[in-house]
Ligand binder design. Structure first.
Ligand SMILES: [Zn+2]
Length: 442
């Protein structure tokens, strides 16, 4: 489950380019924001106002000084806790995989699937459903802590346990279908194509990944949240004007009821080709100033114009090829040592699946900074594009502060490289103030 979550989270990272919170959810938002939240209205501090002696460093510091100490401590603790969760998710998932292998539960699930049917694709699917169920049950305590308890503790959740469980259940059904399809296809590739299986498996995975990006906005997101066309011309007109000025032929902007699950503000570009769309969430609409909304939309348009979804598929595709090469080598190595003990007959045997997830999650754990850097680089490009498109440096600084409710504002450089899939809040404000110093009359 946890391993699966990690794979899913990397997938989602691309699909949602910049959006923790797409799958996040909506009871009416709490009447009062928690004391630890960032201020809703962020004014332009005197040091950041246009003047002949405007200084980007002083302006950045002045913005950061608007953040109450309690809010900063809370969001630092939340984000730093996330570093440890990367480790605990990995270890917890590894223990589950090792239990399934060493106690031969996986071999038994395979034997049982064989009794149901010897027709390989159905056999693989039956095994997959058992595997998903058992790993979801074993992974449940950590999933509750991570997705529910901890979100409430930090004032980021709006969803009670019942609706949260309902979302988890929907997620599992999607896992049965989507995970089932890719597992059946990949085992088919392994069984037919011999030693070069990993190259073909990588290509199939890239195609599946692109297909997922294509269908997610249309078929997956509506399972969790409702998207509606934004109607208010006061909000849509400046956005559509900006879109036209940047050669984007969208006619509509969408909003999504993310407040059903979370207080996080976000926006995203998702889909491919004709399913590509720009969506703002209702938290951003409710709490963001008009300048802030425009700066965020400029950023999202940057992703669109700079073809980040397509570049992401290429970058991730390269990582898939490397990952499958590692998998092919490490599977042979592990099976030569423990295959007999675990009663696994080879890489075409479905009982190998926990080992596959153990090795894939090891690869993803080690390469976390690489995936983060690929995404963060695109995010920085979108930031700069967005500043040029919206010409709202102060709106962008306000957005950076609001996003700081769930992201540490001022990390060290190594910390940012390792753990950040977006530029830090401080870095973003500094970019905005530098831009303001050099591109707007003081
Ligand atoms: Zn982004």
């Amino acid at each position: 489950m946890i391993n699966r979550l990690r794979v899913a989270s990397v997938t989602l990272a691309l699909l949602c380019l910049g959006v923790p919170g797409v799958f996040a959810q909506s009871t009416p938002a709490p009447a009062a924001l928690p004391l630890t939240a960032m201020p809703s209205a962020i004014s332009v501090p005197p040091a950041a106002q246009a003047s002949p002696n405007f200084n980007a460093e002083a302006a950045t510091d002045a913005y950061l000084a608007e953040i109450p100490a309690t809010a900063r401590e809370r969001s630092d603790a939340y984000f730093e806790g996330g570093y440890w969760l990367i480790l605990w998710d990995f270890l917890y998932g590894a223990v589950i995989a090792i239990v399934l292998l060493t106690f031969r539960w996986s071999a038994r699930m395979r034997d049982w699937s064989e009794r149901v049917t010897r027709f390989k694709p159905i056999h693989t699917f039956v095994y997959w459903v058992q595997y998903l169920l058992i790993t979801t049950i074993l992974g449940f305590p950590l999933a509750v802590y991570e997705g529910f308890t901890r979100e409430w503790k930090y004032g980021l959740a709006t969803q009670t346990f019942g609706p949260w469980m309902n979302d988890q259940f929907k997620g599992m059904l999607i896992g049965v279908v989507m995970g089932g399809i890719i597992t059946v296809v990949l085992f088919g590739v392994v069984r037919r194509l011999g030693r070069s299986w990993w190259i073909w498996a990588a290509l199939v995975s890239i195609a599946f990944f692109a297909l997922t990006a294509l269908i997610t906005p249309v078929y997956i997101i509506p399972i969790f949240n409702k998207s509606t066309k934004l109607q208010d011309p006061k909000i849509t007109e400046p956005i559509l004007q900006m879109a036209r000025a940047n050669g984007i032929s969208v006619k509509d902007v969408y909003q999504i009821d993310a407040s059903k699950q979370s207080t996080r503000m976000s926006a995203n570009v998702s889909g491919l080709g004709s399913t590509m769309r720009i969506t703002l969430n209702d938290n951003l609409l409710r709490r963001g100033s008009p300048e802030e909304i425009q700066s965020v939309m400029g950023h999202e348009m940057g992703h669109y114009v700079l073809h980040h979804v397509y570049h992401g598929i290429i970058f991730f595709g390269i990582m898939f090829v490397i990952g499958f090469a590692f998998l092919a080598w490490s599977l042979d190595w592990s099976l030569a040592r423990w295959g007999e003990k675990w009663q696994i007959q080879g890489i075409g045997d479905t009982a190998v699946l926990p080992l596959v997830f153990l090795l894939v999650s090891t690869f993803l754990f080690i390469t976390t900074p690489i995936f983060n850097t690929i995404i963060r680089t695109q995010e920085h490009e979108a930031d700069m594009y967005g500043l040029n498109a919206s010409r709202q440096p102060d709106g962008f600084a306000q957005a950076a502060i609001h996003l700081g409710e769930y992201r540490k504002m001022s990390p060290g450089p190594v910390e940012e490289w390792l753990f950040f899939d977006h530029p830090s809040g401080r870095g973003r404000i500094h970019d905005a103030m530098q831009w303001k110093a050099e591109n707007q009359k003081q």
